[in-house]
Every structure is written in C-alpha cells, then in structure tokens.
Design a protein around this ligand. Sequence first.
Ligand code: ADP
Ligand code: MG
Length: 331
Amino acid sequence: MQLEQLGEFALIDLIKQDTINKPDSVIVGIGDDAAVLNSTPGQLQLVTTDMLVEKVHFDLGTSTAWQLGYKAIGVNLSDIAAMGGIPRNIVVSIALPKELPVDFVVNLYDGMKEICREFDVNIVGGDTVSSPHGLIINVTVIGEVDPKQLQRRSGAREGELVVITGTLGDSGCGLDLLIKGNWEGYESAALLVERHLMPKPQVHIGPLLAAFGSTSMNDISDGLASEVNEIALASHVGMRIYREKIPLSSELRTAAALLEKSPVEYALYGGEDYQLLFTIPPEQFNQLVEADIGVPLTVIGEVINQSQGTLLVDQDDQTSKLEAKGYNHFR
Ligand code: ADP
Ligand code: MG
C-alpha cells in the first residue's frame, strides 16, 4: 500500500506504537497538540536537531529504511552525549513523497524505535507532511545534563590531553566503498559499510567522561580535523595532534590500501564516525584509564598555547597546520 491510500492520520496511528521506553520523563506523548514532559530538578535541558535530506545525506539505493531511521536518531543522540548529557525525549518530523510504500515508513520507524529502546528514550511527537521531491527527516532530541558535567567546546585549557574514543575513519571509507559498489576482495567492507550506515553513538560514554573531569567535548560528525579546530577556536587555545597516534582499525587499513587511499586521511577528513573527542587534565585521564570504562581511549595530542596554532605532527616530526577542511554544505 502507498501513503496516498492510507492517509496522514492512519499513518500516525501506526507510528504511535512502542514509542515510550521511559514513562517517567513524559506525561503526554503522541496524540495531543503538544507533548508534555517532566524534567529532573537541578538538571539543565539540552536541545539538538538535525535534518537529513535524500541525496544530500543519504541515498535510498544504499541504505535501507530501517538503517536510515536508526542513523537519523543516532546522530542526534551523539550530540547530546558530546554535551555530557543524557537523551530523554525525541520529536521526529518527516516529509514523504505520497507514492512511498507504507512499509517503508514502518521500517523507518522500526529502526528509530530500536535505537530508542537501546538508550531508553521516548518518541513524543512530530509532524507528517507530503513532499514533492524526495524524503526529508528532521529529528530533535531533548536531553538533560548535570550543570557540573556540561561539556562545552570552550572548556579546553593549555596542558591538557586531547583524547579520542574508539577508532576513526571507518565511516568515511565505508561510504567510499558504498559509492564504488563492488567490494569483491574487500574482506573488511561489510564492517566499514555498517559503521557508515549505522554508526553507534557514545550515549553512555559522554556523561561518564564528563564525570571523570573532561573539560571540552565534540562528537566526530565532520572529521577529526574540523572538530579539533572547533574546540581550539572556542577555547582560545592551540592543539598539537600526532598523525601517528590517531587510532585506525585494521579493517580500515586493509580497505584503504586496496582503494589506494591513506587511512589517516579518512580519519581526519571523512567524518560521521560519531566517536567522542575530548580534552582532559593528565591526572584525570589517569583515573579514567584505571577505571577501565570499556571503550578504547587514545591520547592523540595536547592542548597548547593559542599563539602556536592548530598543528599536525608527522612521523618524521614535520609540523604543518591542521586545516579544518571537512564536509561543508554550501562550499
Ligand atoms: P496537530 O495538527 O495538532 O499539529 P498532528 O495531526 O500533526 O497534530 O499530529 C498528531 C500527533 O501526532 C501529535 O502528537 C504529533 O506530535 C504526532 N505526530 C505527527 N507526526 C508524527 C511523526 N512523524 N512522528 C511522531 N509523531 C508524530
Ligand atoms: Mg502537526
């Protein structure tokens, strides 16, 4: 069945099922003029939104509806984590071509509901409209953060360490593999492609790093180079990043070699890894390592004086400026 046969209100009825995973943070969910939410006393509210447009952010030739739903929510949860907070409630607005099969929308929401279940968040509302040209999805997440643990880009200080969770570059390489289309001989392709289509946001890790004393944080949406520069600019500091220390997966190294690309370039400029980049004083970092929080943590550099700039150091100690190039919509 197509949407034009089902209609808007029957579609919303379908969407409404299984949207509440944490009932104590919502009084009214889908079904009234506005959602009514509970906030935890003493916590600050966080709000973030991201819009995904067909052919700009995703291609239905390479992503399933389910994966798209999962990612649309995931990238927003990642932004809440990067503020040191916990996601609570979500609104989702969609613009849909009327020829779209109803099943497509059901699968899209099943992907969204899966990640919402994983992280205990509710879908409490949204808007549904028709679109003459392709699919548009807008997700807004409301979260909470303890004021003492709020992670702004402006908190980095000279002498602190620059640290990254997990590995970088997989998602960018996965996208290149998707575009190339033929992965014969690429053993690691499936994993890299999955990292691109269904990135895992560090939802529990962001607040944990903040509790251990991180001072600034960004999630890696636009590539390491861009994120490092954002923190440096907001904090009025310089950064020294060591190329050799940037953590890369063995799958990325293998696939990049076959593609005749540099794996570290994917890490620096590829983006969409949704790992967390943070700064932290050395003593706090030692405590974090001792606590063993279950994700790889790699020191990739240090915060230096603003007058020194944002630098990339090569294996032979050659230093160059770390340019903030990455994805930019209008350029
Ligand atoms: P109104 O006309 O008052 O804006 P709607 O008919 O647009 O109400 O929506 C009815 C209910 O369904 C509201 O609670 C709204 O938040 C929710 N809703 C509409 N579209 C979506 C969607 N795509 N995802 C989740 N909730 C939705
Ligand atoms: Mg409406």
